[in-house]
Write a protein of this length. Structure first.
Length: 256
């Protein structure tokens, strides 16, 4: 018996900083799922290692993997999953590039929690799964709710569905530039710090994604763009008209 689900990428139509919270930043952002770019996560039988077994093309050790971290968090609420994952594998067909501003690791963690919630009949509600997910990464709550478009605030834990037409998004990820999220937030804090006003925030959160991109430049739409270009100057070569920057990068995207 096999269970599986798609683990989508996301882009940030806009990402503005609204304040600081310890060494994190409060954000005001529109997240949109990219329906044609996803990993596939499955629980598959025949794990003969008698321990947690994660199969997939990752750039990090198992103990640093967001899926493993999600497993450890969920096990606190449901110890029986330990025995299950000694005889079942977690297999991930990776398509989302890492360090790309596409939420790959966060999306995988959320998909693991959603799949396990169903498979083990835990009946945890979305807000409980989102609370568990928030401990693993700031973007995990967005993926837990499974909205196509959402307004995300707080440090990523406040997720409100935004109803709009389904968007067709094209993504380009420079293969040779790996953007470290923490490094880019720190550069923003040190060299580019400013906070969005309440009025501007209110206006953007009400606007359709296409209208936002027609109104704002790449620099205006994402506060992390200039810090990213400062840290990784080679990004400039990829900046083209009507292309925008997702999260902390390195990906650019276009709404078709
Ligand atoms: C840039 C975004 O991807 C936008 O969607 C998110 O804000 C970042 O989400 P993420 O990659 O899941 O971030 P995490 O892995 O939780 O945090 C990585 C590092 O980014 C910085 N960070 C992250 C999120 C946030 N709201 N403020 C921050 O300052 C912190 O230094 C943190 O140590
Ligand atoms: N399941 C996973 N899939 C991809 N990367 C993962 C995973 N678990 C941990 N990581 C690690 O997380 C780090 C960042 O990867 P991730 O893909 O989440 O960054 P990102 O694409 O920049 O996401 P974001 O949009 O949140 O910044 C890398 O070191 C990567 O190896």
């Amino acid at each position: 018996m096999q269970v599986s689900m798609k683990s989508y990428a996301k882009v940030n139509i806009f990402l503005k900083i609204a304040g600081k919270r310890d060494n994190y930043h409060e954000i005001v952002s529109r997240f949109v799922r990219v329906k044609n770019l996803y990993d596939e996560i499955s629980f598959t039988p025949n794990n003969d290692t008698n321990e947690f077994n994660l199969i997939g093309n990752f750039g990090c050790k198992v103990e640093d993997n967001s899926i493993y971290k999600a497993f450890l968090e969920l096990r606190k609420y449901c110890p029986k999953i330990d025995a299950f994952f000694r005889v079942y594998n977690i297999e991930v067909k990776k398509n989302i590039p890492e360090f790309a501003g596409l939420g790959g690791g966060s999306s995988n963690a959320a998909s693991f929690l959603i799949l396990a919630n169903k498979h083990f009949n835990l009946y945890f509600k979305k807000n409980k799964l989102a609370k568990i997910g928030a401990k693993i990464g700031a973007d995990v709550p967005f993926f837990i709710y499974e909205y196509d478009s959402a307004n995300v605030t707080g440090i990523g834990e406040i997720v409100e569905e935004f109803k709009e037409e389904s968007l067709n998004i094209e993504v380009v990820t420079p293969s040779d530039i790996k953007c470290h999220t923490g490094k880019i937030f720190n550069c923003f804090r040190d060299e580019f710090y400013k906070e969005i006003t309440k009025d501007e925030s209110k206006e953007l959160l009400l606007m359709k994604s296409k209208d936002i991109l027609n109104k704002l430049s790449i620099e205006q739409s994402n506060d992390l763009y200039m810090p990213a270009v400062t840290q990784y100057p080679a990004l400039k070569e990829y900046a083209k008209k009507n292309w925008y920057f997702s999260g902390s990068g390195s990906s650019f995207f276009k709404v078709l």
